[in-house]
Design a protein around this ligand. Structure first.
Ligand SMILES: Cc1cc2nc3c(=O)[nH]c(=O)nc-3n(C[C@H](O)[C@H](O)[C@H](O)COP(=O)(O)OP(=O)(O)OC[C@H]3O[C@@H](n4cnc5c(N)ncnc54)[C@H](O)[C@@H]3O)c2cc1C
Length: 693
């Protein structure tokens, strides 16, 4: 199946369309407090709608309203639909998939899930696509709910900077998650998702067993989710410089975990789920940003719906509305503001807060600098990870949980080795409709590339040893992940030796480059004292030595890449061309001259770089500057939820009708997709069980 823009016959068929009713109506009782009055009420919305939201003019009505079409949202929606509910997914972006779509699709579950059991028995997948033998020994796959639960609440595990994330995980949440891992893996398999061999475990997935596998599709003549195939063009394999609308990031060769012809990444998880959701009759309202929850009383009663605004994503050059990959099941709604009633429940699955500098700076004041966005700002738009769930939840009295988990630094914020683009987390190429929002793919220089350049701050001064700037500490991982436990230390669940003094001394090897990058410098001004952008500076000799591709689509004239014949001209171009460069790079010329003298002397008295890598001069015109980005990976912490994903208020009471999952929910240090898919599955299950409003 190839992509079509407006032809229902080519998308997945809607199995139960008649059961899903789109309504444009005014509920009884609206008289006296009409739509206009409500729409004008702004932030006081939840307070105005006393009495079951009866005064609201509901524009649409569904049993379950899911906010966000990422991994938590899609799984919640499909699950609720499977259980007979009419379901609307409200999504701020123009397409479905959230961050899952550009992820690595490494889904870590466990507790004896069906893929672990398959590999343990040495079997292939049901379709016989998997050609390679299991990667893990059967003993590494022999898992149980109890072991998984023990693992993910283990007080004794410390990561490489001495932090112990598992001990802070909420226990009821972890138990429910562990219990639902096997069912969720089966649910994903039942919705056209294919998994390769289990291979290690993701951070947050416990230390005792192998639990993670990537999703794959086979290269074929057609992109067909039922058959599990993708064309070379859609997989991004036909042209090394093109992504596709199907997969914003080119898919990876998965032959090691599947066999020849297999390709993996988030598209192999997101697109099958989306296809299945549409086929089953889930409806999608895209380009629609959720603003607020509607509760019966300001701090009491059931959540009965949401308010959401039109957030169209238009092509940056043509102004045309960007199309979603599939269209069937889309609800065409272009009014500025609509109210959507949820008869049974609202599931908040609209991601985290890492894209909101005001919220994330709770954990790292330096990350208040807005230069640095979260991943996929091009694809998902300015509302990506803007803390929408937290903001709306707090307004109706919700509590928060696990916010301190953001401090597991290696997985939270770090320096990207992709230079010259603001969206430095993912290598999107032209061919995806949102490419224009980033303008360039960026130049992936790898860790070794940092030996070829100097890094300067917004005033043009070096601030750290470049080679160590990108060092990331290890998380708490299954041994197969290759990071921890340290060689020589055998992991035993809940064993004090996992966090003994000796182990802590061995592991505490954190490089503070990122702190130096985000530090106050001479250009930092009141009130926020932003640290400003960071620039990689190098010369023509570097380009010739490395072969870096400094041309479109890797770099572009978009404010993140500059070239000039002199350093003075380079500094002036950066100041004029980058929106976050607020001060002149006054020291650039002197910094480069000093650096060149260090290169001649073979020693860097400021940052001891000679100890860690090569030193190359910056002396041959033309000179170059590429942006260096700090990226904030997952958001940890979010709305407090119980084992049914019900949102809990500050009195410890359930907020009826409100659920949250994925990065919108807190209390669980687990990375990514394993957390989101299971929590969506649980939320969908229990949202349907709510009494009707
Ligand atoms: C490059 C990369 C690779 C990764 N690889 C892996 C991996 O291999 N394995 C793994 O486990 N994890 C991985 N992750 C992490 C994982 O992708 C995310 O943690 C996970 O997808 C988050 O899912 P979510 O549903 O909670 O949120 P999101 O994916 O953020 O989805 C939220 C959705 O809600 C929408 N939204 C936001 N605000 C609103 C609003 N106000 N109204 C309506 N809609 C809104 C967003 O547009 C988005 O579509 C990776 C992340 C990145 C960036």
């Amino acid at each position: 199946m190839t992509r079509r823009t407006d032809d229902r016959a080519d998308g997945p068929r809607d199995a139960n369309e008649a059961a899903v009713t789109r309504r444009d109506f005014v509920t009884a009782g609206a008289a006296g407090l009409g739509a206009a009055a409500l729409l004008d009420s702004g932030g006081a919305e939840a307070q105005v709608v006393a009495g079951g939201g009866a005064a609201i003019r509901w524009d649409h009505e569904f049993d379950v309203v899911v906010v966000g079409a990422g991994c938590a949202g899609l799984t919640a929606a499909i699950r609720a639909r499977d259980l007979g509910a009419s379901v609307l997914v409200v999504e701020a972006a123009f397409d479905v998939g959230g961050r899952m779509l550009h992820s690595g699709s490494f889904v870590s579950l466990g507790a004896g899930d069906p893929v672990q059991r398959r590999d343990m028995r040495g079997e292939r997948d049901a379709e016989g696509r998997i050609q390679v033998d299991p990667i893990e020994d059967p003993a590494e796959l022999d898992d149980s709910v109890d072991l998984l639960f023990t693992d993910v609440t283990d007080w004794s595990i410390v990561d490489r900077h001495g932090y112990s994330p598992y001990r802070y995980n909420e226990r009821d949440l972890m138990r429910a998650w562990a219990e639902n891992c096997p069912a969720t893996r089966q649910f994903l398999l039942d919705n056209y998702v294919r998994f390769g061999r289990i291979n290690g475990t993701h951070s947050g997935g416990g230390m005792s067993r192998a639990r993670g596998a990537v999703c794959f599709l086979m290269l074929g003549d057609q992109t067909d989710m039922k058959a599990g195939t993708v064309t070379a063009e859609d997989a991004g394999q036909a042209d090394p410089e093109r992504s596709s609308a199907f997969a914003p990031v080119q898919m990876d060769n998965a032959s090691r975990v599947v066999g020849p012809g297999a390709f993996s990444n988030g598209a192999a998880l997101a697109r099958p789920l989306e296809f299945s959701a549409r086929e089953k009759g889930v409806r999608f309202m895209l380009n629609r940003g959720f603003d607020e929850l509607v509760r019966e009383q300001p701090s009491a009663g059931k959540i009965v719906g949401i308010k959401a605004s039109y957030t169209p994503r238009r092509h940056p050059e043509t102004g045309a509305l960007l199309p979603s990959y599939w269209q069937n099941g889309n609800v065409d709604e272009q009014r500025e503001v609509v109210h959507i009633r949820a008869r049974r429940g609202v599931v908040l699955a609209c991601g985290g807060h890492a894209g909101n500098p005001e919220v994330r700076s709770m954990f790292h004041p330096g990350m208040r600098e807005p230069m640095f966005p979260t991943s996929a700002i091009a694809t998902l738009g300015p509302r990506v990870q803007d803390a929408s769930a937290l903001k709306a939840g707090l307004k109706v009295g919700a509590n928060l949980a696990g916010m301190q988990q953001n401090l597991i630094l290696s997985l939270t914020y770090h320096v990207s080795t992709r230079l010259g683009t603001r969206d430095a987390y993912i290598p999107m190429m032209p061919g995806h409709p949102a490419f224009g929002f980033r303008g360039s793919c960026g130049v992936s220089v790898g860790a070794a590339g940092f030996e070829e350049l100097i890094a300067v701050n917004q005033v043009g001064k070096r601030f750290f040893n470049e080679v160590r700037l990108i060092a990331r500490t290890g998380g708490n991982r299954y041994p197969g992940g290759g990071i921890a436990p340290h060689p020589g230390i055998e992991h035993k669940p809940r064993d004090w030796r996992n966090c003994s003094h000796e182990w802590l001394r061995t592991t505490y090897d954190y490089d503070h480059g990122i702190e130096a990058a985000l530090a106050i410098n001479e250009g930092s001004k009141a009130p926020h004292y932003y640290s400003g952008p960071i620039w990689a500076i190098f010369d023509q000799a570097t380009v010739e030595r490395t072969g870096w591709k400094l041309r479109y689509p890797y770099v572009a004239d978009n404010g993140y890449s500059f070239k000039a014949d002199t350093l003075e001209e380079l500094a002036a171009k950066i100041e004029k061309g980058n929106e976050f460069q607020r001060v002149p790079l006054a020291h650039l010329g002197k910094t480069v001259a000093t650096w060149n003298s260090y290169v001649d002397a073979g020693a860097d008295p400021e940052f001891e770089r000679e100890k860690d890598g090569a030193m190359h001069g910056v002396a041959t015109a033309p000179f170059y500057a590429l942006s260096i980005m700090i990226v904030w990976h997952d958001s940890y912490g979010g709305l407090r939820v119980d084992g049914r994903q019900r949102v809990i208020d500050m009195q410890g009471e359930v907020i009826p009708g409100l659920f949250a999952g994925g990065e919108a929910a807190g209390g669980f240090d687990k990375h990514g997709l394993g957390k989101g898919t299971v929590q969506g599955f649980i939320a969908g299950t229990h949202a349907v069980a709510e009494t009707r409003a």
